[in-house]
Design a protein around this ligand. Sequence first.
Ligand SMILES: Nc1nc2c(c(=O)[nH]1)N[C@H]1C(S)=C(S)[C@@H](COP(=O)(O)O)O[C@H]1N2
Ligand SMILES: [Mo]
Length: 331
Amino acid sequence: MATEKNRLLRGDDIPRSEITPRDVFENRRRLIQLAGATGASALFGTATLARAQSASVSPDPKAQKLSARPNPAFRVPDAVTPYQDITTYNNYYEFGTDKSDPAHHAGTLQTRPWVVSVEGECQNPKNYAIDDLLKLVPLEERVYRMRCVEGWSMVIPWIGYPLAEIIKRAAPTASAKYVQFITLDDPKQMPGLSEPIINWPYSEGLRMDEAMNPLTLLTVGLYGQVLPNQNGAPVRVVVPWKYGFKSGKSIVKIRFVDKQPPTAWNTYAPQEYGFYSNVNPQVDHPRWSQATERRIGEGGYFTPKRPTLMFNGYGEQVASMYQGMDLRKFF
Ligand SMILES: Nc1nc2c(c(=O)[nH]1)N[C@H]1C(S)=C(S)[C@@H](COP(=O)(O)O)O[C@H]1N2
Ligand SMILES: [Mo]
């Protein structure tokens, strides 16, 4: 799949594969709404937005419900992105590189049985069966702002609990300085693995204090339902002050390590994707600006972009972790 890699390296993936089809889709949806159609537009249009403000009810009647206590301390005031957008506009390269690919192809992912191995530099390594992981502590609903390095953002009502709950139980040793996250890599379930785009399995990493931060969410659901496959079922991490790729999906290993671990996108293009990848409007990606963002589901092509916020707006909770660090160097 050399062509895909070349396309990504040239940087024209942004206008071509992302913005254009998206805007066509959004404009079509708005036309449908203007025409006063009911059905699909009532389900996925403005009604969804309104409902999402007040309740965590899944707009997908077939979805498996998952109840969680809303935690108002972790709820941004922004309008929640429509369910339809959150679940059809995805990056999950194991299922293809187009934004619509994961929703089409992730049906082959088998989420049971599923075991998450917590391992490495810790006193209590443990294999968690997914259903035990789900029941470990009460689930919370948190509405987080998410921003992709590609320049789009969403507001997502996630369900989960702090990753710190798992870390505390594992009792990391003094040499545990970082946490590595490793995604499933089963070519039988994941057609994208036949393309050597990144060094599979997808892996990510956080410094121990970042992993322990109360914002860092072990995530098992969204919009009042079990996590859809395309969003990283059955369990993923969500790190809302960092670019989207730090939030690894469908995790099978959580490993404590003593050195900064290699990560999928940093290995792919180290000059473009750093280990930290904190959302930072002042440090541009080498090929495009990070100063503004397009909120998915909000308007169309001519809607003005929003200014991107330092640490995605979570500075109060996270800035102290980076005091004294040159964020241009540690991007
Ligand atoms: N395993 C895996 N995790 C992944 C990715 C991926 O391709 N594979 N893409 C990342 C990127 S770039 C983003 S922006 C987010 C998107 O999450 P969402 O589809 O739930 O919005 O997932 C991240 N986690
Ligand atoms: Mo992303």
